[in-house]
Design a protein around this ligand. Structure first.
Ligand SMILES: Cc1cc2nc3c(=O)[nH]c(=O)nc-3n(C[C@H](O)[C@H](O)[C@H](O)COP(=O)(O)OP(=O)(O)OC[C@H]3O[C@@H](n4cnc5c(N)ncnc54)[C@H](O)[C@@H]3O)c2cc1C
Length: 509
């Protein structure tokens, strides 16, 4: 790899970057992590307000210590340094519906339990709420049994097909399709007709097997914060507040990076956790890549993103770990047809607030009460919104207001107990994470962008690698980013002729 001394620069301190820096430093590669924001953490960063510690993103962690987030720690012999917590009910589904013939809308609440032995009751309650006929219940159960029993080879065959195609093998019943499609697609911040079935089912199987849908003590930032802390202890340098302006390339090989303050950091290895598009077109420059690679980077599709609100309450109003659901004006959500759902996303793509506002709202203080002053509660809620390449027909504040209106409908007493509401726009998130258009997952998990068709963690430029939600890995959001970081570091070590670090746990698979 040229005559430069061995040094790696990792761009970005989200989960992908902080995990890659930790693993590289642990493997003996001197590493500098460069973060443009003053605070580390990327999508999992945090801020303080009125005694609350608040996530910048909106997060739950599907596999907790058993998945890739724990595997990173196991690889460096520091298992257990992030402590994940579960709640009795993982979430509560709250939906405002209008029953046929009823003049009024009503609020339906269905708790989603964390313990397997309570699942039959949940499925029963869900079936009743959806008013499923018995034959549909049987079809849904057959579908779930199949989803959980597929082997690895079969899952791979489903990589190139969508969740919609999978569910339609079992049912064409609108509400069943909607609920299961929504549940399987939600994690990927895409509609279910765009999510790879192989990817979704792979994640679903592991989430059920591990039974660790959870949240860390200390908030989401505990994950990148712990990785950065251990990396520093091992000798890595973590620089914040100055970004990378350019990745320097000469004769097809990386030479280092130039920071926004003009400093040059020479390096033989650069790991970018920005999006593939931003890395190729803006940080390196298209001229350094083959044309077909540039075309791929240009055409890579990101997921949708979300508007968010952080809500401080003077007393607890929600007991589950999260709220999921939706509110539609004059619409029975449990009677939505697949056509209605497609119309909803069609509205999003035209920059219009959809007639139904689905939301997702983790309640961090139900996992870690120390994230708020005693007796208070924090709800972090988000609702899907288009990325910034879509021109908004409805102005940005109207999207945030629609989400809050939906939340007020499903959380009685919200207004009377408010301490504050902090709103986060798509523009803010785009600037914070530094990925063009601001997607939640920069290489979305569509059928043409997962498994064998996913961009690889290595690139045509020698010494330039990718980690995070841009390339490699499998899994949901944060876990995808950690899995990708492990894959990236394995590849770097192989290219350097070093053996890769042992995977001390089968969770990687
Ligand atoms: C609203 C929302 C909700 C989500 N919900 C979930 C969830 O519940 N569960 C889940 O698992 N996942 C969820 N995700 C997805 C998940 O957060 C991301 O996919 C994952 O964390 C991305 O990690 P990353 O390391 O790739 O990048 P990021 O966390 O985005 O970090 C990238 C970092 O790189 C830095 N950077 C960028 N460019 C430069 C530069 N030029 N120089 C220096 N630094 C730079 C940025 O400042 C940032 O800190 C959600 C995402 C969002 C936005």
């Amino acid at each position: 790899m040229g005559e430069l001394p061995l040094r790696a620069v990792v761009i970005g301190s989200g989960i992908g970057g902080s995990a890659a820096a930790l693993l590289l430093q642990h493997a003996g590669v001197p590493t500098t992590l460069v973060e443009k924001n003053r605070r580390i953490g990327g999508s999992c960063s945090a801020y303080e307000k009125q005694g609350f510690q608040i996530d910048i993103g909106t997060h739950m962690f599907c596999r907790g210590p058993r998945g890739p987030l724990g595997a990173v720690l196991r690889r460096v012999g520091r298992e257990g340094e992030i402590r994940f917590r579960r709640t009795r009910d993982i979430a509560e589904m709250r939906v405002v519906t209008q029953r046929p013939g009823s003049p009024q809308q009503e609020l339906v609440c269905v708790p989603i339990p964390s313990e397997m032995h309570r699942m039959p009751r949940f499925l029963w309650d869900l079936g009743r709420a959806l008013r499923l006929p018995p034959r549909e219940v049987i079809r849904a159960l057959r579908m779930l049994a199949r989803a959980l029993s597929m082997g690895e080879a079969e899952l791979r065959r489903w990589d190139g097909r969508t969740v919609e195609e999978f569910v339609q093998r079992y049912t064409h019943h609108g509400p069943t399709l909607g609920v299961f499609g929504f549940l399987l697609g939600l994690y990927f911040i895409l509609p279910y007709w765009e999510v790879s079935a192989g990817e979704a089912l792979w994640c679903f199987q592991r989430m059920v097997r591990d039974g660790w849908l959870s949240y860390p003590l200390g908030g989401s930032i505990a994950v990148p914060g712990t990785y950065c802390r251990i990396a520093r202890e091992l000798g890595a340098v973590v620089r914040t507040g100055t970004g990378v302006r350019r990745i320097l390339v000469e004769s097809g090989s990386v030479r280092g990076v130039e920071l926004t303050d003009g400093t040059v950091l020479p390096a033989r290895i650069v790991v970018s956790t920005s999006s593939l598009r931003t890395t190729v077109l803006h940080l390196v420059g298209a001229q350094h890549f083959p044309t077909d690679y540039v075309d791929r980077a240009r055409s890579v599709r990101g997921s949708y993103i979300a508007v968010q609100a952080k809500i401080g309450l003077r007393r607890p109003l929600v007991s589950a770990g999260a709220l999921v659901g939706g509110v539609g004006e004059d619409i029975d959500l449990f009677r939505l047809s697949p056509g209605d759902l497609k119309e909803m996303f069609g509205a999003l793509l035209q920059g219009r607030i959809p007639p139904v506002v689905p939301f997702y709202g983790p309640v961090p203080t139900n996992f870690d009460p120390t994230l708020a002053p005693p007796g208070c509660q924090l709800i972090t809620v988000c609702a899907v919104a288009p990325t910034s390449d879509v021109a908004l027909h409805d102005p940005a504040p109207a999207w945030e207001e629609a989400m809050l209106r939906a939340l007020r409908r499903v959380v009685p007493g919200l207004e009377d107990n408010l301490l504050f509401v902090d709103r986060f726009s798509v523009d803010f998130i785009e600037k914070w994470i530094g990925k063009e258009f601001g997607p939640a997952v920069s290489t979305a998990q569509t059928p043409d962008q997962v498994g064998a068709r996913r961009p690889t963690v290595y690139t045509p430029v020698r010494g330039l690698y990718l980690a995070g939600c841009n390339a490699g890995g499998r899994g949901v959001g944060t876990e995808l980013a950690a899995a990708s970081a492990m894959e990236c570091v394995d590849r770097i070590l192989a290219d350097l002729g070093q053996p890769s670090l042992p995977a001390a746990h089968p969770a990687l698979g």
